[in-house]
Write a protein that binds this ligand. Sequence first.
Ligand SMILES: Cc1cc2nc3c(=O)[nH]c(=O)nc-3n(C[C@H](O)[C@H](O)[C@H](O)COP(=O)(O)O)c2cc1C
Length: 125
Amino acid sequence: MAKILVLYYSRTGHTKTMATTIFDELKTCNAEADLINLKDLYYNTLPEYDAFIIGSPNYFGSMTGEMKSFFDKSVMHYKKLNGKLATAFTSEGIIGGGGDTVLLDILKACMVHLIFQQKEALILL
Ligand SMILES: Cc1cc2nc3c(=O)[nH]c(=O)nc-3n(C[C@H](O)[C@H](O)[C@H](O)COP(=O)(O)O)c2cc1C
């Protein structure tokens, strides 16, 4: 069975609530999934997962600095995550506050990791 990581950063709890909701739904479907707060992540575990669901609050239309730092550190696994899947979620303060660009921000980083040399996976993103 595919193993899924729901990974989130949250300062005031909104993104954590979304992550918990997603995780609970995965469990309802009997999926094998872990829910991890970014500050508790062990980076060496990343290759164990088949799919990533990554959430960050909207900070000025981008993921937070902490989540960007996650991607920067995750370069230790560059080219080792090929063929895996990823999707993203975000929370924001106002409707139209730029959440769409946050999702693109996260997915752009995921694409470098997950679909390098795997163009067909682009459709799945
Ligand atoms: C530094 C900072 C920048 C923010 N920038 C935006 C923004 O550009 N657009 C928006 O809609 N909300 C913005 N917000 C609001 C947060 O995205 C929102 O409160 C979010 O739900 C916080 O998530 P959390 O509770 O998981 O920490 C910003 C908040 C902070 C602290």
